[in-house]
Design a protein around this ligand. Structure first.
Ligand code: C2E
Ligand code: SIN
Ligand code: SIN
Ligand code: FE
Ligand code: FE
Length: 410
C-alpha cells in the first residue's frame, strides 16, 4: 500500500513500521467520532502538534468533525468543543476550504503573516474567542487509496522538545500522507457504520416516531461521555477506554430497536398506557436483545446487553429481570436484577435514555422543564439509577447540553 512508496525509503524501516502499527488501531474502531479522535491522536503524536481538527467533505462544504487542543482542554475528559456544529464552504477563502478546493497540502509557518497573494485568510475568530494563538499550520487533504477526498485535517502549532511553537518540519510533511490515506479509509468506514445504524433506527422509528435519529444520536453521545468519565475514575487503561467508548456510542443508539416488535396502537397511543399495554411494551427489551443474540462482534455483545437491560433499575424494580434464555419461545419476565447485576453499559444508557425522554415531547407527554428533569434524576439516584452514574451526569452537564444543541430534532 501507500507506505511502500519510494518517497518513504529514506526513513528508517523501523520508524515507518512503528507508525503503521499505531495506525493499525484505526481498524479496531467502528464509530466516526472514535475514529476522528484516534486519527488526531496519531497525527499529533507524529508531528508534536498542540492542536488539530478534522473537517468532513459534505456536498459543497466541509462540516466540522472533531478537534483536539492541548492548551485549551484535556483531551481525555469530556469537553463541549467536540460537539460544536458548523460548516465552511469549499472555496479559497479559508485554509481548510482552500485545501479541499485545490487538493493541495498547505504548510503555513505563521498564520498571522501569510505569504502575500494567498487568497485565504486565517479565521481568527476562534483564536479571539478561545484566547488561543495559532502560529504554524499543516493542512492536508484526506484521500482514500482510490483518490477520493473525504476530508481535511488541520494540524496546529508544532512544538519542539521544549514546548516552543515551531514550523512543521519537512520530515513531518513527508510522513503525514502515510497516515492520511489510512485515515480517509477509516473515516469512510466510520461514516458508513453510523449511517447503517441510523437506517436500522429508522425501521424502529416507523413504529415509534419518537425514536428519531436525533434522539438516538443524543443518547449515544451522552452514554459515550458518561462512560469516558466513569472509565477515567476507575483507572481503565486508555486503549480499553477508547474501544469501549466507541462501542457504547453505537450500541446505545440501538437501545430501542426492539420496539419494531410492538404494535402501533400501543406505541403511538396518545394517552397513558393501561397496565396490560405496558406489559406488552416491556417485551421490546427482549425483542431487542434477540436481534443481537449471535454476538459475533463486541458491538453485538454490547448492543445485546443494552437492548435487554436498559429498563432495569438499580433498586431491582425494573424489567425484564433475569431470564435464562431469551431465545426460548415461552420466556417469562424474570426475577429482579439490581445494582451491579445490571451491566454498566445498560446502567449508563438507562439514565441517558430517560433524561432524553423527559426533556423531549412524546406522544403521551409534553417536554418537561430542565429544572424538573434534573430534580427527578437527582431524586432517582440510588432508586432508578446507579448513584455514581448520576453523579457523573451532573459533573458533565455542560457537555450534555452541548450534545443537545448539536443533535436537535429537525
Ligand atoms: P420512552 O418514551 O422512550 O421512555 C423511556 C423511559 O423514560 C421510560 O421507560 C420512563 O422510564 C422514562 N419516562 C418517559 N416519559 C416519562 C414520564 O412521563 N414520566 C416518568 N416518570 N418517566 C418517563 P418506561 O416507563 O419503561 O417506558 C418504555 C416505553 O414505553 C417508553 O419509551 C414509551 O415508548 C412507552 N410508554 C411508557 N409509558 C407510556 C404511556 O403512558 N403512553 C404511551 N403511549 N407510551 C408509553
Ligand atoms: C408506566 O410506568 O406505566 C410508564 C411510566 C411513564 O412513562 O410515565
Ligand atoms: C410530571 O411530574 O408528571 C410532569 C410535570 C412537569 O411537566 O414538570
Ligand atoms: Fe426502551
Ligand atoms: Fe429511547
Amino acid at each position: 500500500m501507500g507506505f511502500q512508496h519510494s518517497q518513504y525509503t529514506r526513513y528508517p524501516k523501523s520508524e515507518i513500521a512503528s507508525i503503521m502499527k499505531r495506525i493499525e488501531e484505526f481498524n479496531y474502531l467502528q464509530d466516526i467520532d472514535a475514529i476522528l479522535d484516534k486519527i488526531l491522536d496519531e497525527a499529533r503524536h507524529l508531528s508534536n502538534a498542540d492542536a488539530g481538527s478534522i473537517f468532513i467533505v459534505e456536498d459543497d462544504h466541509l462540516r466540522f468533525g472533531y478537534v483536539h487542543n492541548d492548551t485549551l482542554f484535556k483531551k481525555d475528559e469530556a469537553n463541549e468543543e467536540i460537539y460544536v456544529d458548523f460548516s465552511v464552504p469549499i472555496d479559497d477563502q479559508s485554509i481548510v476550504g482552500y485545501v479541499a478546493l485545490t487538493g493541495n497540502t498547505l504548510v503555513i509557518d505563521d498564520a498571522y503573516n501569510l505569504p502575500s497573494g494567498s487568497p485565504f485568510m486565517l479565521n481568527s475568530e476562534y483564536d479571539l474567542k478561545a484566547g488561543y494563538k495559532t502560529r504554524s499550520i499543516l493542512a492536508v487533504p484526506l484521500y482514500t487509496f482510490h483518490g477520493r477526498m473525504v476530508g481535511v485535517m488541520q494540524l496546529i502549532n508544532a512544538k519542539d522538545e521544549n514546548g516552543q511553537v515551531i514550523q512543521f518540519l519537512k520530515k513531518i510533511q513527508d510522513l503525514i500522507p502515510l497516515l492520511a490515506n489510512n485515515a480517509a479509509v477509516a473515516i469512510d468506514r466510520g461514516i458508513m457504520n453510523r449511517e447503517m445504524i441510523l437506517r436500522m433506527v429508522k425501521m424502529a422509528e416507523l413504529r415509534d416516531p419518537t425514536e428519531t435519529g436525533a434522539h438516538v444520536q443524543r443518547v449515544g453521545a451522552y452514554s459515550a461521555e458518561i462512560y469516558q468519565r466513569w472509565a477515567t475514575r476507575h483507572g481503565i487503561d486508555k486503549q480499553e477506554k477508547n474501544r469501549k467508548k466507541d462501542l457504547i456510542r453505537l450500541a446505545a443508539m440501538l437501545h430501542d430497536v426492539g420496539k419494531v416488535g410492538i404494535p402501533d396502537n400501543i406505541l403511538k397511543k396518545s394517552d397513558k398506557l393501561t397496565d396490560r399495554e405496558f406489559d406488552t411494551i416491556k417485551w421490546h427489551t427482549v425483542y431487542g436483545g434477540r436481534l443481537f443474540m449471535n454476538q459475533t462482534s463486541s458491538l453485538d455483545k454490547m448492543s445485546m446487553q443494552i437492548a435487554l437491560n436498559h429498563h432495569e433499575k438499580w433498586n431491582g424494580k425494573g424489567y425484564p429481570g433475569k431470564i435464562e434464555d431469551i431465545m426460548k419461545a415461552d420466556v417469562k419476565l424474570g426475577p429482579p436484577k439490581r445494582k451491579e447485576e445490571i451491566p454498566l453499559s445498560a446502567r449508563i444508557v438507562s439514565l441517558a435514555d430517560v433524561y432524553d425522554a423527559l426533556i423531549s415531547r412524546r406522544s403521551y407527554k409534553d417536554p418537561w422543564s430542565d429544572k424538573h428533569v434534573l430534580e427527578v434524576i437527582e431524586a432517582e439516584a440510588g432508586n432508578h439509577f446507579d448513584p455514581e452514574i448520576v453523579k457523573i451526569f451532573f459533573q458533565i452537564l455542560p457537555v450534555i447540553k452541548a450534545i443537545r444543541l448539536k443533535y436537535k430534532e429537525s
